[in-house]
Design a protein around this ligand. Structure first.
Ligand code: AMP
Ligand code: TRP
Length: 343
């Protein structure tokens, strides 16, 4: 028994809870992705057995220009690393490198009902506003996302609140499968942080900051020129109240700036509000711009070192090997339980 205990103690991840999340870089990564997702992964890598991957299969549920997509994928990995994800502490990989995702995705599509997929808010919104034809892939997107999660027995899935409904579907599918075929999957929990879960557009604070913003003014990209970043913040839409309050309903623009500043500086929103009593919006915007530019400048300088190094390829190779080993075992188990394999 002695050596076994030794292995257990020194294996580093055995008694850690497992956490997994994905990012879908159909555009450049922005401040909303950073505050709502990426930055938290960096914190989690010390305390959890963390898996993060680039959801490139999810990207092609809508047509992507291949050259632009390839650049976005590479930039996303470089930015993951630049923001502080460490391939020695967590597993970073590309979804399409690990074949079990598409396979389990299909098997879980066969466990998903048309009704529940039709009720997914993201599908409803995207299919209403799209001017091109809607693919079947967009419809079955949540089943593939469930496969991403369930393959790794993830305990926690940190996401922005727009993705909560999809994680809930993954829970439903895990329970449905476990009930039908006996216990196979861990039922995952979504992890939604309170501050910064929904960063809003600077030009229209009623909408979330997104790469699909009609105007570029509302969205700060992590690779934007710092002068552009400052300009976008200084011209953020506010209101006529002329007092700094955290009131998302009546002062969504100011509340959004407070939330951005608080999540980057760590200073509680209340304390920022106190400091700004009797002061103007211009001053607040200037401080928000300083805080955001400082953070982005650090990320960009690391990004420039990484983007043309071989760290990206090495990271993905190492990540795909580990993720493939784990996910293959789970896929085999699922196939066995469903009776679709023979030997
Ligand atoms: P997406 O860019 O939609 O693929 O999102 C990648 C991750 O960033 C997901 O966890 C999202 O929930 C999160 N995210 C995207 N936009 C925002 C936003 N405006 N505020 C906070 N989190 C966001
Ligand atoms: N659908 C997620 C998004 O658009 C990305 C994603 C794909 C994901 N698979 C995942 C997130 C699994 C968490 C877990 O942001």
């Amino acid at each position: 028994m002695g050596p076994k205990i030794g292995v257990f103690l020194f294996s580093g991840g055995t008694n850690m809870k497992r956490m997994l999340s994905g990012i879908k870089p159909t555009g450049q990564l922005h401040l909303g992705n950073y505050i709502g997702a990426l930055r938290n992964f960096v914190k989690y890598q010390d305390d959890y057995d963390l898996y993060v991957f680039i959801a490139n299969l999810h990207c092609v549920t809508f047509y992507q220009e291949p050259k632009a997509l390839r650049k976005n994928l590479k930039d996303a990995i470089a930015l993951y690393l630049a923001c502080g994800l460490d391939p020695e502490k967590c597993t970073i990989f590309l979804q399409s490198d690990v074949f079990a995702h598409a396979q389990l995705g299909f098997l879980l599509t066969c466990q998903s009902y048309m009704g529940e997929l039709s009720r997914m808010t993201q599908f409803k919104e995207k299919s209403q506003k799209a001017d091109e034809s809607i693919t079947a892939g967009l419809f079955t997107y949540p089943s593939l996302m469930a496969a991403d999660i369930l393959l790794y027995d993830a305990d926690y899935v940190p996401v922005g609140d727009d993705q909560k409904q999809h994680v809930e579907l993954a829970r439903d599918l895990a329970q449905r499968f476990n009930n039908r075929y006996s216990k196979t999957f861990v039922v995952p929990e979504p992890l939604i942080q309170k501050v910064g879960a929904r960063i809003m557009s600077l030009s229209d604070p009623s909408k979330k900051m997104s790469k699909s913003d009609e105007s570029d003014k509302g969205c700060i990209y992590l690779l934007d020129d710092l002068k552009v970043v400052r300009k976008k913040i200084m011209s953020a839409v506010t209101d006529n109240y002329a007092t700094v309050n955290f009131d998302k309903e009546n002062q969504p623009g100011i509340s959004n700036l407070l939330e951005i500043m608080s999540s980057l500086s760590g200073e509680p929103v209340d304390s920022i509000v106190c400091r700004y009593q009797g002061k103007g919006y211009g001053e607040l915007k200037k401080e928000v711009a300083d805080v955001v530019c400082k953070e982005i400048e650090t990320i960009q300088s690391r990004y420039n070192e990484i983007v043309n190094s071989d760290l990206i390829e090495k990271t993905l190779q190492q990540g795909a090997e580990k993720a493939s080993r784990i996910s293959y075992k789970k896929l085999k188990k699922v196939q066995r339980k469903m009776g679709i394999d023979i030997f």
